[in-house]
Design a protein around this ligand. Sequence first.
Ligand code: SAM
Length: 482
Amino acid sequence: MTAYNPKSLKAEEFINDEEILATLDYAEQNKHNLALIDEILAKARPQKTENGCICSGLTHREASVLLACDIPEKTEEIYRIAEEIKLAFYGNRIVMFAPLYLSNYCVNGCLYCPYHMTNKHITRKKLTQEEIRQEVIALQDMGHKRLAIEAGEDPVQNPIEYILESIRTIYGINHKNGAIRRVNVNIAATTVENYRLLKEAGIGTYILFQETYHKKSYLELHPTGPKHDYDYHTEAMDRAMEGGIDDVGLGVLFGLERYKYEFAGLIMHAEHLEAVHGVGPHTISVPRVKHADDIDPDVFDNSIPDEMFAKIIACIRLAVPYTGMIISTRESQQVREQALRLGISQISGASRTSVGGYTEEERPHDSEQFDVSDQRSLDEVVHWLMNNGHIPSFCTACYREGRTGDRFMSLCKNGQILNCCHPNALMTLTEYLVDYASEETRKTGFALIEKELTKIPNEKVRRIAEEHIADIKNSNRRDFRF
Ligand code: SAM
C-alpha cells in the first residue's frame, strides 16, 4: 500500500489511487450534505481585500463533493461563483492562441490518437524549417501572436534539436507587422536537461496532458512506446520545473476514464505542484476525446454530456482559482460560449490540427489529429467574443517581462491586473483590429476599446494606454506593453 503524500516526487504517492477512491466515496456520501456544501461554497467565494480579492481555492475532497452534488440550485451557485472568480482574476479578457502541428511522426501506441505508430493510412508529415516559415506567416496574417507547438513523440524524426530549431525559426519571423511573441510547447514528457533547453529557447508554458490519472487504464491506453511509462509521464512537470520552466499546463483527456476519478486526480496534481514548487499550474486544459482518423471516441465508453462538462469546468475554476483555463476548437461554438462564462480564460481560434494545414486553401484531413468542431475564422471568433462581452487579448507580456510562476500569481492576487493585463489586452486588440480585422469587427472593437479604457483605475496608466493605442492606429509602432 502506498501512502498519499502531496509533497512526494513519486507519481503513485502524489496521485494516490487509494486517496482518489476514498475521495470519491466521501463525495458520494456527502453529495446531499447541505451544511458541508454551503461551507465549501463559502470557502470558494472570492473575498475582498484592500487591494482587490483573494481566493483560497478548494482541496480535491471539497471540490469532488461539489462535483458529485446534483442539487440544481447548488449547481447554479457553483456557476455563479465560477463566474465571479473568473471576473475577479481574469476580468472579461480572453487570450487567443493557435496550435501549430510540426510533425505527426510518433512511436507511441496511444489508443485514442490517430498518430499511433500502427496507423498505416494516416499521411505522415514533418515540416521543414521553410514550411514552418510559411505556416507561421499564414498564422501571422490571421493576427495570431501566441502559438502552441505540437508534435508526436519520435526521437529520430522529432528530436529535441528539431523542436529547438523550430522555436528559433518561429521567433525569428516578422512578416509585415506580425510576430509570434510566445511559443508554448506541447511535446512528450522528456528529461530535465531537455526542459532546460526548452526554457533557454524562450518557451512560454510547457503543456502536457496526463490523458488519464488512472494508472491501470493509462497502461492499457498506452500499450507501447515510451509514453507507456505512467510514472515518467506523471512526474514530467516536476522535471520541467527542475529544468527551470515555471509555467506548466495540466490537462486530462476527458472521455477516456470516469470523470470523477480524473477530476480528483487533476486537482491533486495541482495541489502537488503547489506543495512542492510553491506555484500551481499556470494553465489547465479540458480536452475531450474526439473522432479522428482510425479513432472512434465511443469505444472509450466514458464520454461526458455537455452539462457535466460545464460543471467540471466550473468546479476546476473554484478549486484552482488562479490558473488560466483553456478550451480548444475540439468544442463547438455553443459549448465554448457557456464555458467562457464558467472560467475559461484562453481559447484557440481558426485552428488546423493537421501538419502544414495553415498554408492549404481547404482544411486538410489527411494528417489531422482530431476533428475540429469550431471551424470559424479568427475574425469571426474575435467578433463573436466581443459581441458576448469579452475582450479578445493577444497579450504575451507577462513572460516577456519575467512575470512567470509565482510572480504572475502575485500579480493576479494583488489586484494589479486592471492596471496591467487590461491595458495590454486593449493595446494588442488594437493591433489586431488595425492590421487584420474585417471592417465590421474593427468597428465593434474600437467602440469596445473606448468603453474598456475607462475601467483602468490608475490615471497615468490609462493616459499612456490611450497614447499607445493612438500610436498603433497612426503608425507602424507595435508591441507596447506594461
Ligand atoms: N505527443 C505529445 C504527448 O505525448 O504528450 C503531445 C502532443 S498531442 C499532439 C496533444 C494532445 O492531443 C494529446 O496529449 C492528447 O490529449 C490529445 N489528443 C490525442 N488524440 C485525440 C483525440 N482523438 N481527440 C482529442 N484529443 C486528442
